[in-house]
Design a protein around this ligand. Sequence first.
Ligand code: BTN
Length: 252
Amino acid sequence: MTRWPAEAIWEAVAPLLPGFTVEVLPEVDSTSSELMRRLRAGQPEPTLLVAERQTAGRGRMGRGWVSQVGDSLTFSLSLPLAPVDWSGLSLAVGVSVADSLHPDLRLKWPNDIWLGGRKLGGILIETAGSGAAQRQVVIGIGLNIVTPMADGLSTPPAGLREILPGVDAPQVLLRVVEPLVRAVQAFEAEGFARFQAGFARRDLLLGQPVALSNGMTGTGRGVDAVGALQVMTANGLERVTSAEVSVRPVAA
Ligand code: BTN
């Protein structure tokens, strides 16, 4: 089994998140599914769960997330969260992860991490608990370390070693987790506005021709203060907020 920096991460994060635990599993269906099951079973301790292999990794909108053992980093973080407004959380997470890793990474609204014209990673945000008050959030992140084969993928993939030669999954985990916890806590206190400029600097769709899954086409005009995507269409400026809408850049 790979050596993971569980203790170093625990030491950095436990002061920020009382009761925090770090767990590495050789195999699980999905780190996000496992943490959601634990929350529903009444185990609310903030947890970082890393899996060396996922047998049923999940992406957004019911898609799967396939990754090769050793060639990728797959983890989920659960923690209690009570922001005034949840909108823009996946964008704030993306800004944090990208800022921890490399200036060349781009963010594709609402939750993809890209390198050049290819997808390098994805973010899946789920919540447990009801009511407007405090809920538990599970933030699932998958990052390619080695560039995967493009076979069968709708979007061509990229890997972190293209820009961080020799980097491995444990090193990447160590770099991203503590800043991520701090970013999520800043989001809770201040909302997406705090991350808007950071997102804009990495916005893959800014000024690009885009096509939305609801049939709309136009040009990306950035995101607003609550993280909604703005698209200039033939009918004027449209705001896209629905997580059920997917958007893709169109070759000009
Ligand atoms: C997407 O691009 O649609 C989001 C992909 C999220 C994948 C990560 S891998 C760790 C965590 N566990 C999962 O099953 N999914 C997320």
